[in-house]
Ligand binder design. Structure first.
Ligand SMILES: [Zn+2]
Length: 162
């Protein structure tokens, strides 16, 4: 690991600790040339497997890129996109698998995007699920409406239980 200050290629680990949730390890390092300290984070690479069989490391940037197009002209800012990508990454990593098919990454995007902006969600879903007719949109909108109604009913049930 190159020193970020002087680019020296060698450093010494002075402290190492695993995150509480066990998903990554942070190492405090000291440059053997300039002596300055920096931190590295080590985590397992989550591979996304495309339909072609080619795999590539999971990338939040790619998630943001895909969602940004669907959010054009919508009241969604960069923070929202970063947060969404973070939620997607947590969801796919929570499965604990080393590999995930790319279409499951798409599925993991749908939920948080629906929470964020319903229009962007419809755009994304229309491409992702290959909507071919206005009926597909109508069905999806009906699902959105019934999901919203279902959440309201859940809230009421929660209140009764509580
Ligand atoms: Zn250095």
């Amino acid at each position: 690991m190159r020193c970020p200050f002087c680019r020296h290629p060698d450093s010494r680990v002075i402290d190492s600790r695993t995150a509480d949730d066990g998903t990554c390890t942070r190492r405090r390092r000291s440059c053997t040339s300039c002596g300055r300290r920096f931190t590295t984070v080590e985590e397992t690479v989550l591979a996304v497997v495309k339909r072609s069989g080619v795999s590539e490391p999971f990338s939040r940037l790619k998630v943001v890129g895909g969602v940004r197009r669907a959010c054009q002209g919508r009241p969604v800012d960069e923070d929202d996109l970063q947060q969404l990508a973070h939620r997607v990454e947590e969801a796919v990593r929570a499965r604990g698998a080393a590999e995930i098919p790319s279409h499951e990454v798409g599925l993991a995007i749908l939920g948080p995007l629906r929470d964020l902006d319903e229009v962007a969600y419809l755009r994304f879903a229309s491409v992702y699920r290959s909507f071919s007719s206005i009926e597909d949109f109508e069905k999806e909108i009906a699902d959105l409406r019934s999901a919203a109604a279902g959440e309201a009913a859940d809230d009421e049930a929660g209140n009764r239980d509580g």
